[in-house]
Structure formats: structure tokens, C-alpha cells
Write a protein that binds this ligand. Structure first.
Ligand SMILES: NC(=O)c1ccc[n+]([C@@H]2O[C@H](COP(=O)([O-])OP(=O)(O)OC[C@H]3O[C@@H](n4cnc5c(N)ncnc54)[C@H](OP(=O)(O)O)[C@@H]3O)[C@@H](O)[C@H]2O)c1
Length: 275
């Protein structure tokens, strides 16, 4: 156990706190009475999501594309959990300056610059440049930077990851991961597979089907990007928070999926000790 995280001196910045995993991370941190600062683009969303007047929650309005907003959010921050993301495929989340037509989209599979020039919030802007900016502006004495990334980063030329990476999401996430690994900041990189369990924030089949573990599937961790399947947002969020408490997760990259019959309690200490 890492005693540092229990200190009242802590301030944990959750970036992407209004997303599916991010909301759950905030909830889990609050349940452990840890001081939380939410980094968000949208105060109204936060007001709706969190009854923050009853909790010890700070709010920092910002955007990971804007350095000045990040710098002011970093004051007294001791750990960061970054759950930001945008859609893997072109969508409104990319914030196009002018709507791309079908031909632009098709051609951009071969030349990503075609869409990149029109998209303000593409995977390259969020998962690569945004994460690099966050890491660069993080306090140098940060205890931990936890980054939610993705399975498939080392298998981007294999099915189904080749499809997922058609518009570069895995390339962008790899750039973000590598920058963090080389930063000298103690890190933990968590790579989920396809996300299931609510809040259903992505526009995919799992959202359409409201795919769920029903709390019945066990947590399995892997390394070297070899496992596949589906990952509960609830367990991904728990892994983000629990990893702060264990030295065994420092400077580790691991995949997380849900498989097999769930045990009564998830023994994070044992899971992390296998990494
Ligand atoms: N969906 C999957 O199956 C899957 C699989 C593997 C890995 N992942 C990854 O897992 C992570 C969590 O997924 P999720 O479903 O929780 O994602 P999500 O619900 O889409 O949440 C993404 C969060 O990032 C924030 N964000 C986006 N652009 C931003 C910007 N420029 N500045 C600041 N914040 C920004 C969003 O803010 P707003 O609320 O303001 O929009 C939102 O809070 C993501 O990195 C995702 O890529 C997803």
C-alpha cells in the first residue's frame, strides 16, 4: 500500500471527469474521501452530474487543447487520472469546422491530413497532443499519472484493431502513452477493451445494446497487449483509483478485461502484484 495517497495534502485531478469512466472515477475517489478536482469543458454538465455542494469537489474549467486552462488546474495537484477521449470514427465529437463529405471521410483513411485539418477534437488532438500537453504541464513532483488508453495499441495491424485504427485512434493513443512513459513522471497506463456497463457514452453497438456484465464477470489483467474482450467501465474506473494505492502499479502498462465468474471481492493487491 502506498500511504502517500491517503494524506490530506492530496489533490487528485480527474481529466475527462464527465465521461463514462471519468464520472465513475470521481464517484470512487469521493467514496474514499479523497480530495478531487474535476477538469471539465462544461460546468453545466458537472452541475447536473455531481451534487458537488455536498462533496469536497473542486472544479476547474478547461480544455486539454488549451495550455493556460491546464496550468491553472494544476495548482496543488498531486495525482492525475486522465480519462479523456473522443470517438474513434469521425463524429460530432471531432468538432469539424466544416462538415466533411463522404469522399473526404473515405480518402482520409489513406491520408489522415484531409480530416485532421477540419477537426478540432480528433483523436490526434485529444489522445496525442492533449495528453502530451497535460503531461508537460503536470507538476514535476506528481505522485502518479494514471492514463486510460486502449487495448490493441500493439496490435493495430490485426483485426479488429485495424478497423478501429482506420482514422488513427490507436496511433494517437500510442503517442500519448509513449510521451508519458518517457516523461519521468511515475505513471500507470490502463488499457481497456471495448467498454461495457453504463454510463453509455460511446456511439457503438455496446451502447445500443446497453451491454453489461450484470456485475457477474471477473476482472482479468494482462500485459503486452495480448488479451481481448470487453471491459466494464465500473472496473476500469476502480482500477484507475485502486492503482494509486499500490506501488506495484508504478510505471506499469496493463490491459483490463472482464471474463469468467466474478469473485465476491476484487483483490486488487493480488491482481496488481502479477503485473
Ligand atoms: N468506448 C470504448 O469501447 C473504448 C475502448 C477502449 C478504450 N476507450 C477509451 O477509454 C477512455 C474512457 O472512455 P469513455 O467511454 O469514458 O469516454 P467518454 O465518455 O467519451 O469521455 C471522454 C471525456 O473526455 C472529455 N474530453 C473530450 N475532449 C476533451 C478536450 N478537448 N478537453 C477536455 N476534455 C475533453 C469529454 O468531455 P465532455 O463531457 O465535455 O465531452 C469526456 O469527459 C477513453 O480514452 C476512450 O478512448 C474506449
Amino acid at each position: 500500500m502506498n500511504p502517500v495517497v491517503n494524506s490530506s495534502e492530496n489533490m487528485i485531478l480527474v481529466v475527462g471527469a464527465t465521461g463514462g469512466v471519468g464520472q465513475l472515477v470521481v464517484g470512487k475517489l469521493l467514496a474514499k474521501n479523497l480530495p478531487v478536482r474535476i477538469f471539465t469543458r462544461n460546468r453545466d454538465k458537472v452541475n447536473q452530474m455531481f451534487n458537488h455542494e455536498n462533496h469536497q469537489v473542486d472544479i476547474a474549467i478547461g480544455d486539454i487543447r488549451e495550455s493556460d486552462t491546464i496550468t491553472s488546474a494544476m495548482v496543488n495537484v498531486t495525482s492525475i487520472i486522465c480519462c479523456t477521449g473522443t470517438s474513434a470514427f469521425p463524429s460530432d465529437k471531432w468538432q469539424f469546422t466544416t462538415s466533411p463529405n463522404f469522399i473526404d471521410v473515405a480518402l482520409s483513411i489513406f491520408n489522415r491530413d484531409i480530416l485532421e485539418g477540419k477537426a478540432k477534437n480528433s483523436p490526434m488532438k485529444v489522445d496525442s497532443e492533449g495528453v502530451k500537453r497535460l503531461v508537460s504541464l503536470a507538476p514535476k513532483n506528481l505522485h502518479r499519472f494514471v492514463l486510460v488508453s486502449s487495448c490493441g495499441i500493439l496490435r493495430k495491424n490485426e483485426f479488429p484493431f485495424k478497423i478501429l485504427n482506420l482514422f488513427g485512434v490507436l496511433d494517437a493513443k500510442k503517442q500519448g502513452e509513449d510521451f508519458l512513459i518517457n516523461s519521468g513522471i511515475p505513471y500507470t497506463i490502463i488499457r481497456p477493451a471495448r467498454l461495457i456497463d453504463g454510463p453509455y457514452t460511446s456511439s457503438d453497438l455496446n451502447t445500443l445494446l446497453q451491454a453489461t456484465t450484470n456485475g457477474k464477470l471477473n476482472v482479468v489483467l494482462g500485459t503486452g497487449d495480448q488479451i481481448s474482450g470487453e471491459s466494464s467501465r465500473i472496473d476500469v474506473a476502480a482500477a484507475c483509483v485502486e492503482s494509486l494505492f499500490y506501488e506495484t502499479t508504478v510505471n506499469k502498462v496493463f490491459e483490463i478485461v472482464n471474463q469468467g465468474e466474478r469473485t465476491n471481492t476484487i483483490d486488487w493487491e493480488r491482481l496488481f502484484s502479477q503485473l
